[in-house]
Ligand binder design. Structure first.
Ligand SMILES: [Zn+2]
Length: 156
């Protein structure tokens, strides 16, 4: 149930903890391409730090985004090779072009899915120190913990 909620929040690009605030700048407020790929520092509502440490989203890009892009490219290649006999340049274009577009469009969701997955297996609470190392209080799910309990890791 919890995993399903986290997954749906990732689909909507929302904070994995509260599900209300966006993880990224909305598309209509983008100022540059970097805004498309870079998550916000944290949730303004619940204080959950999106990027816990430098390089945190490396696995999201390499495993989730490029991994799914590779599977998509492989599926397109096998389908084209099986049903059509295209020349090599045409075949390469129809395999590579959709993968590049997919990777650009899916980058945000790859990070949101990784964030949700990480939050499910290793939940963290509010990060007042900004070091990305705030553990969620034990026994209290981060969604229901009062703000004072979330900010103080010693409170149980
Ligand atoms: Zn939040």
């Amino acid at each position: 149930m919890k995993a399903c909620a986290y997954f749906l929040r990732a689909v909507r690009l929302r904070c994995p903890t509260c599900g209300k605030s966006p993880v990224f700048v909305p598309w209509h407020s983008l100022r540059c391409l970097r805004d498309w790929f870079t998550p916000l520092d944290g949730c303004p509502r619940c204080g959950y730090a999106y990027e816990r440490e430098t390089g945190y989203f490396l696995l999201a890009i390499w495993a989730v985004n490029y991994g799914l892009g590779s599977l998509l490219g492989l599926a397109i290649y096998l389908a084209l090779e099986m049903f059509l006999s295209l020349s090599l340049p045409v075949l390469l274009f129809w395999v590579i072009a959709p993968v590049v577009v997919f990777n650009l469009l899916f980058a945000r969701h790859a990070k949101a899915f990784f964030l949700a997955l990480d939050h499910y297996f290793d939940p963290h609470g509010r990060d007042d120190a900004g070091d990305g190392d705030a553990r969620a209080p034990e026994g209290i799910p981060p969604e229901t913990a009062p703000p004072s309990a979330k900010s103080d890791p010693a409170v149980k």
